[in-house]
Ligand binder design. Structure first.
Ligand code: ADP
Ligand code: MG
Length: 240
């Protein structure tokens, strides 16, 4: 969650959903599970999550390789059709639909809820916060990302759930050096906001809308995978 659009909420969450679902199918049983253990929920009225899911599914359909354990067994819960991805998909765009998610989530090991960029409709954001066990707040290292992040945390998240959230710095341009990153970390620490240890870098591969468990295992692809796996481990340690 972050009221600023374009910070990387959808991209980060889809990749997190991908590594969480492949981790779960990569276990003891050699049989392919027919049901995914991860549900991705899009709460955006503009269906930006649904579009991103479609892009990722198109990329997966063309891919030659998958990470071990990645099975494209996801279903769209509304239609029953395959999502072409390793996780299930649900669109929930009204507060009532969002509040109905926990009952559906019981069937899954992990449920990830994506929120819209702007808080045009506060009741939807409130519903999303209400049903959350833990809130991930993606932000950029850039200065301009601070105000919207602070506003999201102070006006929406903290009054409802206290410190049961963490910022994750995403889309970080490593080539520009560590200055900007360190300054962002300092800003976050000064405010006492919880911060994930994992930083997601800016990757051309990620911007191409392919989820990280799909595609050829080139060196950058493995590095991308490693970052999202690290984030997944940290998130599960924090209770999702
Ligand atoms: N780690 C990343 N590396 C490269 N591009 C990224 C990364 N994270 C996000 N992006 C790009 O940033 C843009 C906005 O991301 P998106 O996930 O749609 O943001 P939001 O859901 O917050 O509106 C997209 O073009 C996406 O491809
Ligand atoms: Mg989005």
């Amino acid at each position: 969650m972050n009221q600023k659009g374009g910070v990387g909420k959808t991209t980060t969450l889809l990749n997190l959903a991908a590594v969480l679902s492949s981790a779960n199918t990569n276990t003891a049983s050699p049989e392919v599970p027919d049901q995914s253990s991860v549900l991705y929920v899009d709460t955006d009225k503009q269906a930006s999550g649904a579009d991103a899911v479609q892009d990722a599914a198109d990329a997966a359909a063309q891919a030659e390789q998958m990470t071990r354990g990645t099975v494209l067994n996801g279903r769209n819960l509304a239609t029953g059709e395959s999502t072409g991805l390793p996780f299930d998909f649900l669109q929930a765009t009204t507060p009532a639909e969002i509040r109905a998610v926990p009952a559906i989530a019981k069937k899954y090991r992990h449920t990830l809820v994506d929120t819209a960029g702007s808080f045009d409709d506060l009741s939807r954001s409130e519903a999303a916060i209400e049903i959350a066990d833990f809130i991930l707040v993606p932000m950029l290292a850039e200065q301009m990302s601070r105000k919207p992040t602070e506003r999201t945390i102070e006006t929406m998240i903290r009054p409802q759930v206290g410190d049961n959230f963490a910022i994750v710095i995403v889309n970080w341009e490593a080539r520009n050096g560590h200055g900007e990153l360190l300054s962002a970390v300092e800003w976050i620490t000064e405010r006492g906001y919880p911060l994930m240890n994992t930083t997601i870098r800016k990757w051309t591969l990620v911007s191409k809308k392919t989820i990280c468990t799909v595609g050829r295992r080139t060196r950058p692809a493995l590095e991308v995978l490693g970052e999202f796996q690290a984030l997944a481990i940290e998130t599960t340690q924090r209770g999702i």
